[in-house]
Design a protein around this ligand. Structure first.
Ligand SMILES: Cc1cc2nc3c(=O)[nH]c(=O)nc-3n(C[C@H](O)[C@H](O)[C@H](O)COP(=O)(O)O)c2cc1C
Length: 303
């Protein structure tokens, strides 16, 4: 499963691993917060269990020295991998040169990977995009620099920073990177169905596939089961298991609030009336949630 802030937290990672996802990657973590010892990091973002291994903790920053200091702190949590975010397109991150902003500074990328791989005794990987915008696509150069400076795996979200999440992912670019790389390449972008998994492997030759948005509300994709083939009862059962895991991790009121994002993907609320939608999102207990779902959806309405 792709790292997704607000989605791929400890409970959802555990669930998707039970369904067959290959390894866990945390939501991105700001190196500045790591160094300031932000309490939210320790209790939430950096929380993982041994059942998740192999686990990668993903860091973002634009300063090589700070990344090294933060990676030293992160290494004390004993992850199996430290991943550097070079794909975040959010303005607040990329405009200050972090996330996809790093793609504009190949020399800095070289320093980051060389410093990290020399000083940190944990494999360092990267998650990149194809470039800042179409004219400046530099993915081959960036991938080469990462590999030459000790990076051990590259996940490629096959869009530019400018594309955000729109347009189409360019899988041919993943194939180009894979054909030149000596390290594993993970393909990412627009894998929405089981059919897409086969197509991406065939078209790119990549070593693994990373699934983001299509995995929200759909852990079954990791079991290679089509959600449309499931009974409503199975979806309700897993969604309530997920909600219960979130309650254990966050405590009830927070979990109910955070689960809304998932609920809207497990079940399609656009099929509901305004009144139904209100009760659907107004979760007060797991039993009430299950009851609401079952009473508002008939089997032929499920997504
Ligand atoms: C809600 C959301 C949060 C995301 N957060 C992160 C993140 O923390 N780190 C990261 O590397 N990518 C993040 N991404 C990007 C995804 O990992 C992935 O590259 C992107 O969604 C494309 O894959 P997809 O087409 O399968 O969704 C996020 C994407 C979404 C939709």
């Amino acid at each position: 499963m792709a790292p997704m802030a607000g989605i791929s937290d400890h409970p959802y990672r555990l669930l998707t691993r039970q369904f067959g996802a290959a390894y866990s990657i945390t939501e991105f973590v700001n190196a500045i917060d790591v160094l300031s010892g932000h309490p939210y990091l320790v209790t939430q973002r950096l929380a993982f269990s041994d059942r998740e291994r192999p686990i990668a903790i993903q860091l973002f920053d634009d300063q090589p020295d700070r990344l090294v200091l933060a990676a030293k702190v992160i290494a004390s949590y004993h992850p199996d991998i430290i991943d550097i975010n070079m794909g975040c397109s959010v303005k607040k991150v990329s405009n200050r040169g972090a996330g996809a902003g790093l793609l504009r500074e190949p020399l800095k990328v070289a320093k980051i990977f060389s410093d990290l791989s020399r000083t940190i005794n944990v494999p360092i990987t990267a998650k990149i995009r194809l470039g800042w915008d179409y004219p400046s696509r530099n993915y081959l150069e960036i991938a080469r620099i990462i590999e030459e400076n000790g990076g051990q795996l590259i996940a490629v979200h096959a869009r530019t920073r400018k594309q955000g999440y729109g347009g189409k992912a360019d899988w041919n670019a993943i194939a180009e990177i894979k054909s030149r790389a000596g390290i594993p390449i993970v393909g990412n972008g627009d894998v929405k169905s089981l059919n897409d998994i086969g197509r991406m492997f065939a078209q790119t030759g990549c070593d693994a596939i990373m699934i983001g948005r299509a995995a929200i509300g759909n852990p079954w994709i990791f079991k290679q089961v089509e959600k449309q083939d499931l009974e409503l009862n199975e979806i309700v059962h897993i969604a309530s298991q997920h909600l219960s895991m979130m309650c254990t991790f966050y405590g009830e009121p927070v979990a109910f609030q955070l689960f809304r994002k998932h609920a809207g993907k497990y079940f399609n609320p656009s099929l509901l009336t305004k009144e139904q939608r209100k009760s659907f999102y107004d979760i007060q207990s797991i039993d009430q949630f299950v009851h609401t779902i079952k009473s508002t959806y008939s089997a032929d309405q499920q997504t």
